[in-house]
Each structure stands twice: as structure tokens, then as C-alpha cells.
Design a protein around this ligand. Structure first.
Ligand SMILES: *[C@@H]1O[C@H](CO)[C@@H](O)[C@H](O)[C@H]1NC(C)=O
Length: 245
């Protein structure tokens, strides 16, 4: 009896630690500095890495204005494009909005998405939250993929000479893999990913759960939350870390 109660308590506790549920996705690539690249957004050691107009890393600790603001010169780095780890798992980044949560909680946190509709059903993608969209609904992952549409803001014209509304449709982006051929070299692989691994899926639904970030992701974004550990094998509340600035 004591054991059963203990397990129940842990179950409840574990689910309170990381966000999970059903969600929706969209796609974008606006070339803008992502919002989690500003200082002080979360407990992360450094803000998300951004790049200059020529895609060189800005080691500015988040101080440079976004290329989406007038006179700004910080852009999304091309290496924050999604990639296939293998046939069933991909890694990448997203603008996120989690119901009942806030930017301080999700900036640079990682979420495992399991696609539940469309051709990618059953495949998994781990994304790190690098951005927040004021236009996003709850439990929404706006997955960053070159050629996915610039959306509201557009720095791709300034950074890469893209057409005034970005490549393809302003919302949704390009419609076929052949359009990726004319992309800037650094964005081609990410554009192709959408039609290869992602199978041209059109805003598939997901189930999601918060997970610890893979090092392969944080090596590129350089944003690591303090104690980025979701207690996968709980041994009791005392092992769940809390971090105080
Ligand atoms: C794909 O990669 C993930 C993450 O490294 C791994 O857990 C999984 O076993 C791999 N799947 C296959 C089919 O290789």
C-alpha cells in the first residue's frame, strides 16, 4: 500500500515538472533574431546565438537589435535549420506557446513532438524553443524551416535578398522541393528537409512533452537552461532541481 501511494505521488509530481499535451504546428523562417536571443529571457546561461547579415555568429550576448527592426543587424543563424537524425527522428527549433506557461519557462526548453496527422504521423522531432509568437495560440509549435514562409516579419530580404514577401507565399512559403534549388546555399539543406524527412507535411498536429535538450541542439543554439533536466526516472522530489539566480 505504501509503495502504491508513493508511485502515484511520483506520477503526479513528474507530470507537473514538464509541459505535455496535444498541440498544433505551423512553419516559418523569417530570418529575424528570435525572441529568446535577448538577454534575461530565462534561466539560460546565454541567449540564443544570432548571426550577422553574412551568417557569422554574433558573440554579443544578445545586445544587437533584430534585423526585423529598423537599423537592426542580428539575424537567425542558418544552422538553426532542422535536420534528420535518422528516418524517424529530427532535431530543430521552434517558436513556442505553451498553455498556462510563459516565455521564461519555455525559452530554450526542449519538447519532443510526436506527429499525429499527415504523412509524418508517428515520426518524432525534438525542438528547442528559441522564439515566441504573439500570434500563436496555445500549445503551438511554429517550426523553423527555411522556405516555410516569413509570416508577419521579414528580415530575409535584408539578409539574403529574398523577394519582398519572402520565398513563396508569405504564409506557408515555397510549395515544392525544386524551389529550394534557388535558395542561398546555407539554407538549401533546411529547405530540402521539409520535402524529404518532413514529407511536405502541412502543419501536422502533435502530441508533445518537455524533454532535456540534446547536446547536438544546444551546441548550435548555445542556449542551455540551468539544470536542464526533466526528471525521467524520479527517485523523489529532492532530486528535482530548482535553480535560483
Ligand atoms: C533515431 O535516433 C534516435 C535519437 O538518437 C534514437 O533514439 C533512435 O533509436 C534512432 N532510430 C533508428 C531507427 O535508428
Amino acid at each position: 500500500m505504501q509503495l502504491a501511494l508513493t508511485i502515484l505521488a511520483f506520477g503526479g509530481f513528474a507530470s507537473a515538472q514538464g509541459a505535455q499535451g496535444a498541440g498544433k504546428t505551423t512553419r516559418y523562417w523569417d530570418c529575424c533574431k528570435p525572441s529568446c536571443a535577448w538577454p534575461g529571457k530565462s534561466t539560460a546561461s546565454t541567449p540564443v546565438l544570432t548571426c550577422d547579415r553574412n551568417d557569422n555568429p554574433l558573440n554579443d550576448r544578445g545586445s544587437t537589435r533584430s534585423g526585423c527592426d529598423s537599423g537592426g543587424s542580428a539575424f537567425m543563424c542558418s544552422n538553426q535549420s532542422p535536420w534528420a537524425v535518422n528516418e524517424t527522428v529530427a532535431y530543430g527549433w521552434a517558436a513556442v506557446n505553451i498553455a498556462g506557461s510563459n516565455e521564461a519557462s519555455w525559452c530554450c526548453s526542449c519538447y519532443e513532438l510526436t506527429f499525429t496527422s499527415g504523412p509524418v504521423s508517428g515520426k518524432k522531432m525534438i525542438v528547442q524553443a528559441t522564439n515566441t509568437g504573439g500570434d500563436l495560440g496555445n500549445n503551438h509549435f511554429d517550426i523553423a524551416m527555411p522556405g516555410g514562409g516569413v509570416g508577419i516579419f521579414n528580415a530575409c530580404t535584408q539578409q539574403y535578398g529574398a523577394p519582398p514577401n519572402g520565398w513563396g507565399e508569405r504564409y506557408g512559403g515555397v510549395g515544392s522541393k525544386s524551389a529550394c534549388e534557388s535558395f542561398p546555399d546555407k539554407l538549401k539543406a533546411g529547405c530540402n528537409w521539409r520535402f524529404d524527412w518532413f514529407m511536405g507535411a502541412d502543419n501536422p498536429d502533435v502530441r508533445f512533452r518537455q524533454v532535456a535538450c540534446p547536446a547536438a541542439i544546444t551546441a548550435k543554439s548555445q542556449c542551455v537552461r540551468q539544470r536542464d533536466v526533466i526528471d525521467q526516472t524520479p527517485t523523489g522530489p529532492s532530486t528535482v532541481p530548482t535553480w535560483t539566480p
